[in-house]
Ligand binder design. Structure first.
Ligand code: SAM
Length: 286
């Protein structure tokens, strides 16, 4: 406890491996060892992880999708008492398609310190091995299973100007690839990342049509992430000479010099200033 602080407790969000125990960081191990309480989805699962790591923690508290709301008050009381509470999920980063969000936002709202020991997450791991563009990307989590919500999300992915990262269960991978191929077009690039960091890790890269064909041919096994490329940028057709000439003429009639008008039109239509200028002169036979 830090003396004098009004809210001395701390909630630490700790990432755990998504398949390879070697990926648990030394700082994550120390945090789990030192925590007064480790909140976890499944006490047996986390208990096994801790014992494989040779760690002893004082207390495990289950916080899963069915009881998180009720656990919030309990966790807040622990933080009020000045306890150091670690939050983990079964695998990867808590609160990323996993429980944790309610506890985290309640701790923040109550003014407690909330920090993280970052580490594995299937989303970022898949994004970087996919090779489909990392500058702008969106995490889609699990898509809605059916209905208009699913259609809307598929439409957004089809139109997206960023890479999309989707979690999917092996039972639904084929139907999701089929829907994606229908919405985005079969030629859109995709990476199907399976069992990342595990013994049978595989990243298949190709088109949505080929990925669907492949998934329909044999039953998928293991954990999957789909990474879908952004929608292709439509090619801008070159402006005609007439288009350039009338655009320059209309700016000149509004008072611009030919040079100035040509520069503005060049920027608007994606041609060089010189080309716009010379094309505008051609109209006048100059
Ligand atoms: N919180 C986790 C994280 O940070 O990645 C995700 C938990 S979510 C309940 C589980 C989903 O993550 C799986 O259905 C799969 O889509 C993806 N996933 C988890 N581990 C994976 C792995 N080793 N390889 C591929 N996908 C994985």
């Amino acid at each position: 406890m830090t003396g004098g602080d009004q809210h001395p407790g701390e909630l630490v969000i700790v990432a755990t491996p998504i398949g390879n125990i070697g990926d648990l960081s030394p700082r994550a191990a120390a945090t789990l060892q030192e925590a007064d309480v480790v909140c976890c989805e499944d006490t047996r699962h986390t208990g096994q992880l801790l014992s494989r790591l040779g760690l002893r923690t004082s207390r495990l508290l289950s916080v899963h999708v069915h009881n998180e709301r009720e656990r919030v008050a309990e966790v807040l009381e622990m933080l009020e008492r000045g306890e150091r509470v670690a939050l983990v999920s079964d695998a990867g980063t808590p609160a990323v398609s996993d429980p944790g969000e309610m506890v985290i936002s309640a701790a923040i709202a109550a003014g407690h310190k909330v920090t993280t020991v970052p580490g594995p997450s299937a989303a970022v791991s898949a994004l970087v091995v996919a090779g489909l563009g990392t500058a702008r990307w969106r995490f889609e989590g699990f898509l809605p299973r059916r209905g208009t919500e699913r259609a809307k999300r598929l439409g957004e992915i089809a139109a997206a100007s960023h890479t999309s990262v989707i979690y999917e269960s092996p039972q639904r991978i084929s139907s999701t690839l089929q829907d994606l191929a229908k919405c985005c077009g079969g030629d859109r690039k995709v990476a199907v990342c399976r069992e990342l960091t595990k013994l049978f890790e595989e990243t298949w890269r190709g088109t949505l049509a080929a990925a669907y064909e492949r998934s329909a041919a044999s039953a998928a096994r293991g954990e999957h992430v789909l990474v879908v490329a952004a929608a292709p940028v439509p090619e801008r057709s070159s402006p005609s000479a007439g288009e350039i000439q009338s655009a320059v003429a209309s700016r000149m009639s509004a008072g611009a010099s030919r040079r100035q008008a040509a520069a503005e039109v060049a920027a608007d239509l994606g041609v060089s200033k010189r080309f716009a200028y010379e094309t505008s002169l051609a109209r006048n036979g100059q």
